[in-house]
Design a protein around this ligand. Structure first.
Ligand SMILES: C[S@@+](CC[C@H](N)C(=O)[O-])C[C@H]1O[C@@H](n2cnc3c(N)ncnc32)[C@H](O)[C@@H]1O
Length: 252
């Protein structure tokens, strides 16, 4: 027979259930927030695959976690001795979870309801920007990348985007003649697959890039790819804007 939970544990379990449903499976004082996640122990199993690219000691560096959800990465960065950590998300329900998780973990992390399109309002650059699992939920993905490049990425950006399609990187010419059609039918040509209705039951999935498109879009917004430690994960830093880009006046 299972031990009867203490009143404290029973009340924690109740509070966590009331804040649900959770997307991130956090461990809050031994209680799992999403033990039945369809991806498994998410995002723990992903984090274990690439956490070595983030310094163990962030030495007070500032962190912005965009689309922070229940705060998994924000809390991990604070545990790695980050200084100011700000998590933003468009969804107030997730932010409530994140504030609860930070409070229970006694970690000083700020959370704010904000869309990625509004990051200019933050008025500062962050040493590390985490932009994981949001890109394919955006109707205007390049606008978001351009805004991050322009306004918030100081040193490093940790980026992840769900990818579909071909995983090869093509060797492309800088220019093709107007009569060229065949190149676009190559599976490895940079492509964004548009989802008009839903994918995996989720109506907020809009564009899935293939690998070549993710990398080309990052470069096109001015990011240099420093590492691709596992599938879909990129460590980038701001470089020069792409050679051909004329930035629109709104984000200059
Ligand atoms: C798939 S979850 C990823 C959560 C977390 N970053 C991770 O990797 O586990 C996508 C998150 O992005 C948030 N989101 C979607 N559109 C957004 C936007 N325009 N601005 C900020 N957050 C957004 C959602 O509310 C959700 O919490």
């Amino acid at each position: 027979m299972e031990d009867r939970p203490t009143p404290e544990k029973a009340s924690l379990v109740k509070e966590i259930a009331e804040l649900g449903p959770w997307f991130q499976n956090l461990d809050i004082k031994g209680v799992r927030t999403a033990p039945d996640h369809f991806l498994g122990d998410y995002p723990n199993f992903k984090w274990r695959g690439f956490r070595h690219v983030i310094p163990d000691d962030l030495e007070g560096r500032s962190v912005l976690d965009i689309g922070c959800n229940a705060g998994f990465y924000s809390l991990e960065m604070k545990r790695r001795n980050a200084g100011k950590v700000l998590g933003i998300d468009a969804d107030a329900r997730y932010l409530k979870q994140a504030r609860f998780a930070a409070e229970q973990s006694e970690l000083d992390v700020e959370f704010q309801q904000m869309s990625v399109y509004d990051v200019a309002q933050l008025g500062m650059k962050f040493d590390l920007v985490i932009f994981m699992g949001v890109f394919y939920h955006l109707r205007h993905p390049l606008l978001a990348l351009d805004l991050l490049y322009e306004h918030v990425v100081g040193e490093t950006m940790l980026f992840q985007c769900l990818q579909r399609g071909d995983e090869r990187i093509p060797d492309l010419a800088e220019n093709y003649d107007f009569s060229e059609w065949a190149i676009f039918d190559r599976p490895d040509y940079p492509k964004l697959f548009f989802v008009e209705e839903r994918y995996a039951g989720d109506p907020t999935n809009w564009f899935f890039p293939n690998k070549a498109a993710v990398e080309a879009m990052l470069r096109s917004s001015g990011f240099l790819i420093e590492a691709n430690p596992e599938r879909e994960i990129y460590l980038c830093r701001p470089g020069e804007p792409h050679y051909g880009v004329e930035r629109p006046p709104s984000i200059r």
